[in-house]
Write a protein that binds this ligand. Structure first.
Ligand code: NAD
Length: 249
């Protein structure tokens, strides 16, 4: 991917940071997006990651603030990137949040905020990202196994992720004329801060449902994203690649 550029939303930590590292290791220049929310440590994490990447190759990474739920901020981020880098070749819409609760107990705010970040955020990334994406490039959207299985307490999250999977299929058709491939990756249970609140007992129960009997690592999701961005996946578009260790339900 030498000579190519990529943008990873929510790239400060977890799966996004692993994706940024993988694309960078493959030779790409990488922009790491983080949310511009007051008090969020993501800014420091993003700047530290960018420093680390630039130490290996000077000027090969940069951090960009934008709350993906804000159309204005995403549009401004894309404009800034276009001014500095001209265009990008790969876009990974990774930013996401959870606010789990049963539907009976879920606040309207919890419903709306998860839909705003996880689904509308991907729409913003695709809509405004397409304006600066080179023809022949690729988009990978991070969905979730929850979109298919609908885990308890995740009506907001699962509905948003199901939307992400379907949006990706639609966009694959719409972008084919520009030879832009659009795919989604649906991770199972991955060891990041997103699952930090799951108890050891619940983890053991989850692991029993996984054929490989363990949760996944962010780097194992990043490998799938890297593959889908690469020329190795030149005939793959509109697919949902499950990276879940064989989740048996
Ligand atoms: P994480 O909480 O470690 O990372 C989420 C990232 O999104 C962070 O960098 C955060 O700063 C960023 N983010 C949150 N709100 C944002 C906003 N409004 N604008 C910009 N960035 C924002 O969690 P993770 O597990 O690394 O999650 C990454 C993606 O993978 C998410 O879309 C998540 O839904 C998905 N996923 C995770 C798992 C899992 O088990 N960890 C499973 C399936 C899917």
């Amino acid at each position: 991917m030498t000579g190519q550029s990529a943008l990873v939303t929510g790239g400060a930590r977890g799966i996004g940071a692993a994706v940024a590292r993988a694309l960078h290791a493959a030779g790409a220049r990488v922009a790491v997006n983080y949310p511009s929310l007051a008090g969020d440590p993501a800014r420091e994490d993003a700047l530290a990651l960018v420093d680390e990447l630039n130490q290996g190759r000077p000027d090969s990474a940069r951090a960009l603030a934008a709350d993906v739920a804000s159309a204005e901020q995403v549009q401004a981020m894309m404009s800034e990137l276009a001014t500095e880098w001209g265009a990008i070749d790969h876009l990974v819409n990774n930013a996401g949040i959870i606010r789990d609760r049963s539907i009976a107990k879920m606040s309207l705010d919890a419903w709306k905020s998860v839909l705003d970040v996880n689904l509308t955020g991907v729409f913003h990334g695709c809509k405004f990202g397409l304006e600066i994406l080179n023809d022949g490039g690729s988009i990978v959207n991070i969905s979730s196994l929850s979109a298919k299985l609908g885990f308890h307490g995740q009506s907001n999250y699962a509905a948003a992720k199901a939307g992400v999977s379907t949006l990706s299929r639609v966009l694959a058709r719409e972008c084919a004329g520009r030879e832009i491939r659009v795919n989604a990756v649906a991770p199972g249970v991955i060891e990041t801060s997103m699952i930090a609140s799951i108890s050891d007992r619940a983890r053991d129960e989850l692991a029993r449902s996984i054929a490989l009997k363990r949760v996944g690592q962010p780097s194992e999701v990043a490998s799938a994203v890297l593959f889908l961005c690469s020329p190795l996946a030149s005939y793959i578009t509109g697919t949902i690649l499950e990276v879940d260790g064989g989740f048996l339900g």
